[in-house]
Design a protein around this ligand. Structure first.
Ligand code: ADP
Length: 708
């Protein structure tokens, strides 16, 4: 060692303690490199630090006399690179005098920098190799023993710088980790804050329970929905909301799902604090820690009461709709079925035409009436099939109007027309036509009745009516004729009986004179003959009187007036006074009405009937009762007696003039009384008849209209 180098080395070693305390580390390294430069002749000084786990090595600092190094600071070197590997395994310096000889990959890069010789020296700290200091030169240079000694003195200082660098690096690394951790914590805090806000402001009610189900937390929404404060529910089981609709099995299943670590979703019908009910859609799930152990349960409920009500409403609406639809379907089916049956069994042809005048429906009756089967008729134009040629153009014109407007000359009407049968025969029909719109097009429905028989019947009826009219006219004429001849006859009877009375009185008085004067003076036969003649004349007189009286009923008439039947009755009774007294007859009656009558004739009517009741009495005292009843616009008078009665076979005969059932000797009379009664009753618009049996009395009924 030259004296100057020794001086320099000493000065360097003196300065180094100050340099190593220099910060930052790169500055210290550079100062050291500058100091070393005065002792060693290198062009490039690098400090490579080895990682603690000895897995990698990187050039930490580089000092070079040239720029643009191919192995700059930061280059990561392979640990098995020959220099590094050797230094690490031997813990001794490694000398390479000629890099061009090529020992490893880094050599080529150093060569590119012009480094041809180098020495790599281990740096120890705390007894461990922490790095390698490599000095390279562009000149081949020797590292004599003297320099090795100097290096050994300087190496501890370089090692301190290396250790400082390592510590600085570690510090930086820790600072980096710390920064990352701080950022992560901040992020977690932020997200926790967000989460907390989310939970607090969640629109869903949130419950957190421990693993036994005791509530640990509820959010404000829960309080709002249920009415329970957080303090009120703390430690309680969410069961406090339970309504009791869900079965215990369901709750059991829910709990099993949760404790098995799975989520449970479903709906609850819950009870609020105030007892009101609400529907909630809930999602319950377990909360697990990093080890997968369940630590809590969390429940999120959404109030779906409104939705539920709407759903229920919708459901019932749906049900209603479904019901209506099915009712409608049934109705449709029924009406279709009905239509099918009606149409199949109808006697009238039912025909439907599409908007093109083609037949789209043809029922069984149409087949029968027109003699075309359904298959033959369907799709054909109606006019070609059943309308006589002369009417076709008119029909087509009408149909054209119908096609456009749905209206036509016969739409909505029932008309009589002539139709054509398959055999070409024409016949009368009655057509009822209507229009229906199907998919916007007018279709026609015709109901056709074959009225051939009706026409024939009508013609027959007309003829019959005509005939009857003639008969009626003839009858009218006859009645008039009869009335005329009746009146004439009556007049004749009256005139005859009236005019016969005079000559008869003569015959009667002269035969009586003959009798008085010549009785006993002629022979016995003559006496007998005279007696016969007197009797005959007397009887004839009586008959003529009766006849006159009878004919008077029709001729000597008085206008009807309001008659009080009681006064009529009193009059009749007073006329019959002697007969009543002789027989001791007892006559009773109902309340009498007032009627419209000819007073004289009505008196005669009652008198005749009461007189007969007394005359034809039996052994008992006559008991007579007149009952009166009102029936269908008529008064019914019934005169009931307890006399000898009448054999029912003669009940009609006794009303005929001069018809009697007894001889004069048995009961006096001429048989005119009831004939007169009949004539009076009929003249007043009523009827007379008798009900009786022999020996059981008789009841004579007559009617007379009620006075309005
Ligand atoms: P006459 O009383 O003069 O015989 P009527 O014309 O009054 O004639 O009666 C006809 C007949 O009807 C009577 O002869 C009698 O046989 C029968 N007859 C009428 N009224 C009664 C009566 N109340 N009871 C039984 N028979 C009667």
């Amino acid at each position: 060692m030259s004296p100057s180098l020794a001086t320099d080395t000493k000065a360097v070693i003196d300065r180094l303690p100050h340099i190593i305390s220099t910060f930052p580390v790169p500055d210290a390294f550079h100062q050291i490199a500058e100091e070393l430069k005065s002792v060693f002749h290198f062009d490039r000084l690098s400090l490579t630090l080895i990682s603690e786990d000895k897995n990698s090595a990187a050039i930490e600092f580089l000092y070079s006399t040239y720029s643009d190094s191919h192995l700059p600071a930061g280059s990561v070197l392979p640990l098995n690179s020959s220099d590094l590997g050797e230094v690490l395994s031997t813990a001794n310096p490694v000398f390479v005098h000629d890099t061009s000889k090529g020992r490893c990959d880094t050599d080529s890069l150093l060569l590119k920098d012009g480094i041809c010789s180098r020495v790599s020296m281990p740096l120890f700290y705390g007894g461990k190799i922490i790095g390698v200091c490599c000095m390279g030169s562009r000149q081949p240079f020797n590292f004599p023993e003297s320099q090795v000694c100097i290096w050994k003195e300087i190496a501890p200082f370089v090692s301190v710088v290396a250790e400082n660098a390592r510590l600085a690096w570690k510090l930086k690394e820790s600072a980096g980790i710390l920064a990352v951790e701080t950022a992560e914590r901040k992020r977690i805090e932020e997200s926790l804050c967000k989460l907390s806000l989310t939970v607090e402001q969640s629109p869903g009610a949130i419950i957190v329970t421990d693993t036994k189900g005791a509530i640990e937390y509820v959010n404000p929404k829960f309080t709002q929905v249920t009415g329970y404060s957080a303090a009120e529910v703390a430690g309680k089981n969410p069961r406090i909301l339970k309504l009791g609709e869900k079965s215990s099995e369901e709750y059991k299943r829910l709990w099993e799902t949760l404790t098995a670590g799975k989520e449970w979703r479903g709906e609850f019908h819950n009870k609020k604090k105030d007892g009101k009910l609400y529907w909630a859609s809930a999602s319950l799930s377990p909360v697990k820690n990093a080890e997968g152990v369940i630590t809590h349960f969390i429940g999120i409920q959404e109030d779906i009461t409104v939705r539920k009500h709407m759903e229920e409403e919708l459901k019932s609406l749906n049900e209603l709709l479904k019901q209506r639809a099915s009712d409608r379907a049934v109705q449709l089916m029924e009406s279709e079925e009905k239509f099918r049956k009606i149409s199949a069994s109808a006697n009238d042809a039912i025909i439907m035409l599409d908007d093109d005048e083609r037949i789209s429906y043809w029922n069984a009756a149409a087949e029968k009436i027109f003699s075309y089967s359904k298959e033959e008729a369907m799709g054909k134009s109606l006019h070609t099939l059943i309308i006589p040629v002369v009417f076709q153009s008119r029909h087509l014109e009408g149909f054209k109007e119908f096609q456009m407007t749905g209206q036509g000359p016969v739409i909505g009407k029932t008309v009589e027309l002539t139709a054509l049968r398959r055999d070409g025969g024409e016949f009368p029909i009655e057509l009822s036509l209507s229009g229906v719109q199907i998919k916007g097009k007018w279709n026609a429905i015709g109901i056709i009745r074959d009225i051939t028989e009706r026409k024939i019947l009508n013609a027959r009826l007309l003829a019959e009516i005509e005939g009857r009219k003639k008969v009626q006219e003839r009858l009218k004429h006859l009645v008039k004729e009869l009335e005329r001849s009746n009146a004439e006859l009556q007049q004749f009877a009256y005139v005859a009986s009236h005019d016969l009375q005079e000559p008869l009185r003569m015959v009667s008085s002269y035969t009586q004179l003959l009798g008085r004067r010549y009785k006993g003076k002629l022979d016995a036969d003559a006496d007998e003959f005279i007696t016969f003649a007197v009797d005959g004349a007397a009887r004839m007189q009586m008959l003529i009187n009766d006849l006159l009286e009878y004919s008077r009923v029709g001729t000597k008439v008085k206008a009807f007036e309001k008659v009080n039947c009681l006064s009529v009755f009193d009059h009749a009774v007073s006329n019959l006074r002697i007969a009543i007294e002789e027989s001791g007859a007892v006559i009773t009656h109902d309340e009498f009405p007032t009627v419209m009558a000819d007073t004289l004739q009505f008196t005669q009517l009652l008198q005749n009937l009461l007189g007969n009741a007394i005359k034809f009495r039996g052994k008992e005292t006559p008991r007579i009762h007149i009952s009166v009843a009102q029936k269908e616009g008529e008064w019914l008078f019934s005169i009931r007696d307890n006399g000898i009665g009448i054999d029912p076979q003669y009940v009609d005969r006794i009303f005929v003039i001069f018809q009697r059932l007894h001889s004069k000797e048995e009961y006096p009379g001429s048989g005119i009384g009831l004939a007169i009664c009949k004539k009076i009753v009929e003249r007043h618009g009523g009827l007379i008849w008798v009900e009786s049996e022999l020996g059981k009395g008789a009841t004579f009924h007559f009617t007379i209209p009620v006075v309005n």
